[in-house]
Structure formats: C-alpha cells, structure tokens
Design a protein around this ligand. Structure first.
Ligand code: RRO
Length: 306
C-alpha cells in the first residue's frame, strides 16, 4: 500500500496535505474558500472576523513593492453573526478543516467571537493577536504578555476546539510570547504575521497607503519567518503553522525544516494564482521521496537535529 506521505495531523486536526490557505486572502466568503479547497489546499483559514462588522481603511489599502506586498486593509469583515452563514456553507460543501481567524478589542470579545465561530462549525480558531496596524487589537495584544495570557486563557475556557495563536514578528522575543501563549492554553502557534512597513511616492512625497503604515508580506519576509519558527520550535512543544513569504515548494520545505508542521500561503496566491495548492504539495512530496523519508512528519524541525 502506498501511504500518503503528505497527510499530517496537527493540533488534533487531520490535513490531507500540509499546505493551507493563510488568513487574509480569499477568506471572506464561502465561495472563495470553497474554490481554494477545490484547488487542493489542505486546510482553510478565514479572514479575521470580529464581533461586529468593520469597514476597514479607505483606499489605497495594498501596494506592490519589489519584494512583496504592503497592505493596510484595516480588518474589513462582516462580523461573526453574518459570517456564520459562510462558515456553515463551507462546512456543508467541503471536507478540509476550516479554521476561523478571530480578533477582538478585549478578551471577552475574542471569546464571544470564537464561541460563535465554533457554534457555526469552525474546526479550530486562530487568534489574530498580531495585526500590525489596527489600534486597540492585534499586535497591541500579542506584544503584551499579560493581555496575551488573558485573551488565550479566556478563549480556552470558552471553546473545546483547538486554538492557534498567530504571532507578530514585530517584537523583540517572539519565542517568549509563544511560550506565554502556550502556557495560557494555545494548542498551536502560527508564525508569522506581516512586518510593519511603508512605501512613499517620490513624486508627491506622500506615503502611498491611506493608513501610511502597513504590513509587508511576500519573499522579503521569508528569512524572518524561518528565524522566528526556528526560535519558537526550540522553546515550545506545540506544533507550529509556518507562514511568511512562501512562493514555491522549496520555501515551504525551508519553513518545515525550521520547525513548521504545516504551512500557510497568502501572497503567493496573488502572484501565482491557486495553482500553488497543487504545485507546492507536489514539490514537497517529491522532495520527501527523493530524500528517502516516508512522511512530511519526519522532516518537521529536522534542521535542529543535524
Ligand atoms: O486587515 C489587515 O489589514 C491585516 C490584518 Br487583520 C493582519 O493580521 N495582517 C495584515 O497584514 N493586515
């Protein structure tokens, strides 16, 4: 019998392959999420959803730079009550695990939103404590160990599904924050969110994004993601979802060798389309077989053991 060497079980969820959709892209409607699943993704993470609808920032919200994209979307989302219908629709139509990314302005808001997401059918929640440019939430919570602990432990008391905590690279010691999250009950860490960045139009002299500062994603941040994952892997014993700058299967392998049990893809979809959900798993599988391994699990964190 030929075993599927790509299948992984992470934080109690079974994924047919370790290449998931990252939060923030194609994650706001059931139709786009289903398209991603049908394109081959091993799992789906939604756009970050809050308790109430939020418009987001005015345009321009995204700008391309030579090494990636800078976005300041500003958490646009329909709110969990409306989004619950999208969750139900995805669960009715596709089998892959659905992880709902949630945010809040307080521990109570995180917990209420997570609870409603699970009630609608989420297989897990990913707590966004790392948005780099929205006041009162995101990075402001994830950078503060006391607030981080309060948020994670409150959500843990409220839901029985796995909790992933998505961390920011815009901190001095990401591994320390990962440890705080795990002690408070995180079942997995997702690393990393975008890196605070800016672009200025030299003709007008003005910042291009309406919010001025945004988050950089894409190839420029991959070495930062590798370093963060490597440090987190040394510090905590829960699985890591690696995210940041993956464009091809080689990048995915690098994050897995650093310690990621599975990876999430965002910006590559804008650059290369949904084909990445076929080409990246295929490339990972060929690498594993060529190297004589039986399963992707055998190479998770391998660079720490060599
Ligand atoms: O919506 C956004 O502007 C956004 C979010 Br929530 C996030 O977590 N990371 C990011 O780069 N943008």
């Amino acid at each position: 019998m030929v075993l599927n060497c790509l299948e992984v079980e992470v934080a109690g969820l079974k994924f047919r392959n370790p290449v998931l959709l990252a939060a923030g892209i194609l994650g706001m409607t059931a139709e786009s999420l289903i398209r991603v699943a049908e394109a081959g993704a091993g799992g789906l993470v939604t756009k970050s959803i809050g308790l109430k609808p939020r418009k987001g920032y005015p345009n321009p919200t995204v700008v391309q730079v030579s090494c990636g994209l800078i976005n300041a979307m500003g958490l646009p989302n329909p709110g969990i009550k409306t989004f619950s219908e999208e969750i139900r629709e995805v669960k009715r139509r596709v089998k892959v695990p659905l992880i709902v990314s949630v945010y809040g302005y307080s521990a109570e808001e995180f917990a209420e939103t997570a609870e409603l997401a699970v009630k609608a059918g989420a297989d897990a929640v990913e707590l966004n404590v790392s948005c780099p440019h929205v006041e009162g939430t995101g990075g402001e919570i994830g950078q503060n160990p006391e607030l981080l602990k309060e948020v994670v432990s409150k959500v843990k008391r409220r839901i029985s599904k796995p909790i992933f905590v998505k961390l920011s690279p815009n901190v001095t010691d990401i591994a320390q924050l990962a440890e705080t999250a795990v002690k408070a009950g995180a079942d997995a860490i997702t690393a990393i969110n975008t890196v605070r960045a800016m672009k200025i139009d030299i003709k007008t002299g003005r910042p291009i994004l309406a919010n001025r500062i945004g988050g950089l994603s894409g190839p420029a941040i991959k070495p930062i993601a590798v370093r963060c994952i490597y440090e987190i892997y040394e510090r905590v014993r829960v699985p890591i979802f690696g995210c940041g700058g993956i464009l091809n299967w080689r990048d995915a392998i690098e994050l897995i060798l650093a310690g990621a049990s599975a990876v999430q893809i965002g910006t590559a979809i804008a650059v290369k389309d949904l084909e990445v959900f076929r080409t990246i798993p295929k490339g990972i599988e060929k690498y594993i077989r060529r190297k004589g391994f039986r399963s992707v699990k055998e190479i998770v964190g391998l660079s720490h053991r060599l």
